[in-house]
Design a protein around this ligand. Sequence first.
Ligand code: AMP
Ligand code: MN
Ligand code: MN
Ligand code: MN
Length: 302
Amino acid sequence: MSKPWGRTNAGREADRPLPKHSNTLLYDLHAHSTASDGTLAPAELVRAAATSGILNLALTDHDSVAGLAEAATAAAELGLQLVPGVELSVTWESRTIHVVGLNIDAGHTGLNEGMRRLQETRSERAQEIGRRLEKKGIPGTFEIAAALAGAGMVTRTHFARALVQLGHAASVRDVFDKFLAQGKPGYVPTVWAEMAAAVGWIVDAGGVAVLAHPQRYKMTGSWIRRLTGDFKAAGGQAVEVISGNATLSDIQTNAALAQRYELLASVGSDYHGPEQVWLKLGKIPPLPAALTPVWTRWETER
Ligand code: AMP
Ligand code: MN
Ligand code: MN
Ligand code: MN
C-alpha cells in the first residue's frame, strides 16, 4: 500500500531531519465525530485534522464504526492517513473503562456483533436516563438527546447538551457534575462489554487494543496497575500514554505503565469538536523516547 503522506514527509525531511518521535505531532489516534459524541461530521473532522498538520488520524467513535467510510473518503482526498478505529465501552470490576481499537477491519463480524450489543445497551440506557431525569422533574431530555445524536450513538454528552439547552446547567461539565456522573440523579449503572471480549473483538478484527486515558478513571495508582495488568492478560497491546490535555505527570505515570506491562504507546487528543476550546487538534506533546509507538505495529506491515 502506498503511503499517502510520503510526499509531505519527503518535503519536510529535505528541510530539516525530524528528531526521534517528534513525528508524534503528526499522529492523533483518538477522536470523535457525529457518529458518536463529536460535533464535527467525519469529513469535517478529517479536514480540521489536516488543517492542524495531523498526517495520521484515527476516528474512534464510541461503540460505532459508522463514520469511518465518510472519513476515509475525505482522508483520501486530502492525503491524510485515516486509521480506522473505535472506542469500546467495557465494564471491569463494576467500573466503566474505555478500550480503543486501532487499525481494525471495520467490517469484521465478531466486532460488529459486539458493537450491536453495546448499541442496544446504549439505547436502553438512554431511555432510562430520560426516565430518571423526568422523575427529578426534567421531562423531555431523551427526545432532545436522541435528536442531537441523529443517526449516531446516544451518549451522556448528548444528555449534557440537552440539559444545557434546557437551562439546567451552564456547561456540559456542569451537567456531568450535577446530573450524569456516577451517583448523580441521571446516572444509570450500566453493564458494558467484558474486558476480554472487547479486546478479543479488536484483535480478531486485526486491530491493536489500546487502554484509553488511564488517568481519567478516578482510580488509585494500584487500581490502575491492576487494570493495566488485567488488560494485558486479556490480550491488550497498548496504552494511551498521551491523552487530551495530559499533564507531564500523567504522561510519566502512563509511560511507567507502558514499560512495566510491556505495552506499546499510543497518543490521542480525544477531540470532540471545536466547542472544547481548551483542546486543540495537533497540539500533542512528543512521546517519551523510551517507548515504542503503537503505529510501528501497522507501519512495519506495509
Ligand atoms: P457515555 O459513553 O455515553 O457514558 O459518555 C461518555 C462521554 O461523556 C465521554 O466519552 C466524554 O466525552 C463525556 N464525559 C464524561 N465525563 C465527562 C465530564 N465530567 N465532563 C464532560 N464530558 C464528560
Ligand atoms: Mn466522548
Ligand atoms: Mn473515553
Ligand atoms: Mn474518546
